[in-house]
Write a protein that binds this ligand. Structure first.
Ligand SMILES: [Zn+2]
Length: 254
């Protein structure tokens, strides 16, 4: 059993609880959205967001959970695991011709053509957020902020710029923050081997840094690890996953 997969899953459960407590939190190692109920798939062992969603629902910590998955790959595993869960709603916006070939229907899917740039991408996303918020009261939103929509991702196909990625994060985080919905981010760092931009995906991280710096969750992380969270968000040479795990489990690395 992969220790990394276990820690990444536990990290998202922890981040979800921190988000409920402080308004926003992020697990840079989460986002293993291809893992299904019966088996792992597509570099994903456990589906951390589905596990965290079901854990919060089982505990009664949340009654309604929303998943907004903007990774370039469709969230087939999350759709598979949560398809019979009426208190969880799955939304995926992804590249139509990208992995997985056989997609599993989310509650709402938007498939985008190759070469979708900033303007078309943001125009497609903008009306969906208020639509989702209008459906019911969400106790928490899990946001899969995959950066593989970026033009520098060799397999991504969607061609977003730094500015487009940054605008996306502002749009999504800003929308749910304004609504007062706790937001748990996952940035799919562990399944980003094709994106040369990671770990310096600074446009998508800048918004995280700004909001988390203002939340007590940031201080909690900082106190736990005795180092700033921006260290792993803007790391230049080191594996962001390792840095994240050091932040969450410092004693393990001592
Ligand atoms: Zn992806």
């Amino acid at each position: 059993m992969s220790l990394r997969a276990q820690l990444a899953t536990g990290g998202t459960v922890l981040a979800a609880r921190l988000a409920l407590e402080h308004g926003i939190a992020c697990n840079a190692a989460g986002g293993s959205h291809h893992a299904r109920r019966a088996q792992g798939a597509g570099f994903c062992t456990f589906n951390d967001v589905a596990v965290a969603s079901l854990a919060l629902l089982a505990e009664g910590a949340a009654e309604n959970v929303l998943i907004v998955d903007l990774d370039v790959h469709q969230g087939d595993g999350t759709a598979d695991i949560l398809k019979d869960e009426p208190h969880a709603f799955t939304f995926s916006m992804h590249g139509e011709r990208n992995y997985p070939v056989r997609k599993i229907a989310s509650d709402l899917d938007i498939a985008l053509p190759d070469g979708t740039g900033d303007d078309a991408y943001l125009e497609r996303l903008a009306p969906v957020l208020p639509q989702l918020s209008g459906q019911r009261h969400w106790d928490i939103v899990f946001y899969n902020a995959g950066v593989d929509v970026h033009a520098e991702d060799r397999l991504g196909r969607l061609a977003l710029s730094d500015g487009g990625l940054s605008a996306r994060e502002d749009m999504v985080i800003g929308h749910f923050r304004k609504q007062g919905v706790p937001l748990c981010g996952v940035t799919a760092a562990a399944i980003r081997p094709t994106c040369r931009r990671w770990p310096r995906a600074t446009p998508s991280c800048s918004r995280w840094r700004r909001d988390m710096r203002n939340s007590r969750a940031f201080h909690r992380f900082t106190e736990t690890a005795n180092r700033p969270i921006s260290l792993f968000l803007s790391s230049s040479g080191r594996n962001p996953l390792t840095l994240f795990l050091e932040l969450l489990y410092p004693s393990y690395f001592l």
